[in-house]
Design a protein around this ligand. Sequence first.
Ligand code: CU
Length: 144
Amino acid sequence: MRYFLILCSLILCWTPALAQTDLLQLQQGEIRVPMPGRDVTAGYFTLHNGSAAAVELVAASSPAFKRIELHQHVTHEGMMRMVEVAAIEVDAGATLVFQPGGLHLMLFEPQQQLVAGDEISVMLDFADGKQLAITLPLTAMPRR
Ligand SMILES: [Cu+2]
């Protein structure tokens, strides 16, 4: 019985550290199938930071693409353009939203055929060295 109690208290002690990355929660997301003839596309997701500390997203990668950049849309002299961002901080309790017209993943050079409905694995890298693996579905590019 004593051993059982010791084991329980050890587990209770360790759980908060182990759960740290679990508190980053993907709420939704998608990657658009590129337009015909294009080898670049965009991805979007919503990530909730349920941990007690701010996190800083610094990179993303996927076996399905040669390169992924973190992009933001900015208005420059009345023109909308995209710039690469090096890091995005997400406060404790805050929700990071990547969406059309704002922050987005820019995904270059697909390494496989991209079909709507398939799922793509993406690894998110944070400044403290932690990583979060997410899975985003491929969706058809909306018609304009
Ligand atoms: Cu972009």
